[in-house]
Design a protein. Structure first.
Ligand SMILES: Cc1cc2nc3c(=O)[nH]c(=O)nc-3n(C[C@H](O)[C@H](O)[C@H](O)COP(=O)(O)OP(=O)(O)OC[C@H]3O[C@@H](n4cnc5c(N)ncnc54)[C@H](O)[C@@H]3O)c2cc1C
Lengths: 379, 250
């Protein structure tokens, strides 16, 4: 077994490490305050190629391996989570549907713009009454001549306010359940489409989660993705990779938490000694390191498997549960090691503690993922 | 304009290095190798000159086979092609300068850009020796460079003690880059993909017919003394007395 990363990935990892340290980390608190990523940073992210990691090279992207994408997400997750979220939809669920199921025309029209970052992608499945249970969605799409007419409300949609293109799941045939769900490519500015409320949330400041409103929204029939009734299947295909990416994000955060906590423990003196000399503190750090090691191997192994073209539904679900639950534990320890300082605004560990909590909820809750693993185990 | 930029692979300056047991070198295992930061600045300058005046940027490393990664990083930043003169073990400044001179004689660049020094040994010699070997003019510690291809000369602003000195050198010339010359760009993903198709020529050092036998022998390396803890004093009087009587610096 060879664990060395290809040279190009080592170079890219170095680039990202520097970019995070020099450009993102210094403004991570500013972004937290302003709830907004400065445009000049987004431009730099475009120049680095970050919006097109996953999009095939024939469509303007860089067609990185899944392992490569994991490495990139891991590095970007060492700072404020909003940065990697900014590029996350374009590399994941906001574009992969088109890669998998799009027509040549759809690919030519949208993928190059998504890859360059000229256009931001979003993915809209969740509704007020349908999260884990996607079959409960109520947004409808009715064919009228050469158009579909969409009606309904989506909520909790990441990057919804800045998206030029949203992949929207809507019912074309209600009685068929999930097999009656179709996917539509909805551009900003389509008649009847608007952005509703922008949520105030526990964390992930700098990244916006929005309501999308469809009021007799007109979508050209050629913007149906795949065939009618294929929407849910397309979404599920994209999700395996998305879950793996979540694992990589959690991993980057854990590594950073270990560094922050170790540095703090070396310098914080109580009762005349740095707290790192205390076994109670050491064991917290050690447990974080053990966890990080396990998570890294799980993430990379599943990525390697997916790169070989194997089905990883079970592994991806397991990786997401393992990595995100581990990360929340690590964040808890990190706050504990920092003591009162860990509870203060402006401390990175305080931010990680809040931000990481989301990872156990979106792209499949831990409970739903365990159900998936159980199903896979009894296949 | 043809520009030859030299790159030295160095141990990551952000990591803690340990002296080897024999005291004659440092422990290389588990220490990442990176491009010497001053060489990175030299690459950036080469790219900017090419972007303004056209031409070619060739990057050159003298080092082990693994240095390919540092060369590829420069190619990903935008350099056109690379030359790796494969040499195992540490060469001294003179040997490296001789190798570069040999390559320069073949490549005939208008400019050779070096970092002003490498952050590992801090010798600050290669550029100077190289200029002497080639009998070319040199401008060291350059913080601003304005080449004029029409008149085949370059204006260079040098950072000297207590100020700046601006000189003019005819081309070809050797320039060594200082910290403030520029802010190097990143090796972007598009750049990395393009670099995969760029040529890196492998040249065994023995094939150059250069005498690389070291003239300098490292006798010993000593790590910096461990800092001892601070001490609290009661008042200024005690501080002054300790500084003059114990530390003997007043
Ligand atoms: C910040 C943020 C960003 C988001 N971004 C997007 C986005 O871009 N696009 C998008 O479509 N969605 C997005 N979501 C929505 C997210 O995917 C859902 O919130 C998530 O799937 C959970 O759905 P829910 O909130 O409706 O919770 P519910 O499904 O109501 O679940 C509530 C609880 O019940 C549990 N539960 C549910 N069903 C079962 C069961 N059968 N057995 C056991 N336990 C169960 C769940 O695990 C959870 O603990 C985002 C959410 C957030 C918070």
């Amino acid at each position: 077994m060879d664990f060395t990363l290809p040279e190009e990935l080592l170079i890219f990892r170095d680039t990202l490490r520097k970019f995070v340290e020099k450009e993102l980390e210094p403004i991570s608190e500013q972004v937290e305050e302003e709830d907004h990523i400065p445009d000049r940073i987004v431009e730099k992210m475009k120049d680095l190629g970050l919006f097109g990691l996953a999009i095939p090279s024939e469509h303007g992207g860089y067609g990185m391996s899944v392992l490569g994408q994991c490495v990139a997400m891991e590095e970007l997750s060492r700072t404020n989570a909003c940065f990697r979220t900014r590029i996350g939809t374009n590399n994941g669920i906001g574009s992969m549907g088109i890669v998998i199921a799009g027509t040549e025309e759809q690919k030519r029209k949208y993928l190059p713009r998504l890859a360059s970052g000229a256009m931001t992608g979003a993915f809209a499945l969740t509704e007020p009454n349908a999260g884990s249970d996607a079959s409960a969605i109520r947004t409808t799409a009715v064919r009228k001549g050469d158009k579909y007419i969409l009606n309904g409300t989506k909520h909790f949609i990441t990057n919804g306010d800045i998206a030029g293109l949203s992949t929207v799941m809507a019912l074309t045939d209600r009685p068929k359940g999930t097999k009656g769900i179709s996917a539509f490519l909805v551009e900003e500015g389509f008649p009847g489409f608007s952005v509703g409320k922008i949520e105030r949330k526990m964390g992930f400041r700098g990244s916006h989660t929005c309501e999308l409103l469809f009021d007799d929204c007109e979508v050209p029939a050629e913007n149906l993705l795949g065939r009618e009734g294929e929407g849910f299947r397309i979404a599920m295909q994209v999700l395996d990779k998305g879950r793996l990416m979540m694992g990589a994000c959690a991993l980057g955060a854990i590594e950073r938490l270990i560094e922050l906590s170790t540095t703090f423990a070396k310098t914080r003196v109580t009762f005349g000694e740095p707290i790192i000399n205390r076994q109670a503190i050491q064991w917290m750090l050690v447990n974080m390191a053990i966890d990080a090691y396990a998570v890294r191997n799980a993430v990379y192994h599943a990525a390697w498997k997916l790169d070989r073209g194997e089905r990883v539904t079970k592994e991806a679900a397991m990786v997401k549960v393992l990595a995100t639950e581990t990360a929340c534990r690590a964040a808890d320890s990190a706050v504990q090691i920092h003591g009162g300082m860990g509870y203060m605004k402006g401390m990175a560990v305080e931010r990680f503690y809040r931000d990481l909590r989301l990872l156990r909820i979106y792209e499949g809750t831990s409970e739903i993922l365990r159900m998936i693993v159980a199903r896979e185990m009894s296949r | 304009m043809k520009i030859l930029v030299t790159l030295k692979p160095v141990p990551n300056p952000d990591e803690k290095v340990k002296v080897r047991e024999d005291g004659k070198g440092i422990v290389r295992e588990n220490i990442k190798t990176v491009v010497n930061p001053f060489c990175e600045i030299a690459v950036e300058e080469g790219l900017r000159i090419r972007e303004a005046h056209g031409g070619e940027v060739v990057v050159l490393t003298v080092g082990p086979r693994e240095s390919d990664q540092q060369l590829r990083t420069a190619l990903a930043m935008g350099a056109d092609r690379g030359i790796l003169v494969e040499a195992a073990g540490d060469l001294d400044s003179l040997a490296v300068a001789k190798v570069i001179a040999k390559v320069a004689a073949e490549e005939k660049p208008d400019l050779v850009l070096n970092g002003k020094q490498a952050v590992d040994d801090d010798n600050n010699q290669v550029g100077q020796i190289l200029a002497a070997l080639l009998s070319w003019p040199q401008a060291t510690f350059v913080s601003k460079l304005e080449p004029d291809m029409g008149c085949r000369k370059a204006k260079a602003t040098r950072e000297v003690d207590g100020g700046l000195e601006t000189i003019e050198v005819p081309l070809p010339a050797v320039i060594t880059a200082d910290l403030r010359l520029n802010e190097p760009r990143y090796a972007s993903l598009p750049g990395i993909m393009k670099a995969k198709k760029k040529e890196v020529k492998l040249v065994p050092v023995a094939s150059l017919g250069v005498d690389t036998k070291p003239k300098v022998r490292v006798l010993s390396l000593t790590p910096p003394r461990q800092r001892s803890g601070g001490r609290k004093v009661a008042d200024v009087a005690e501080l002054v007395s300790l500084l003059s009587n114990e530390a003997k610096i007043l």
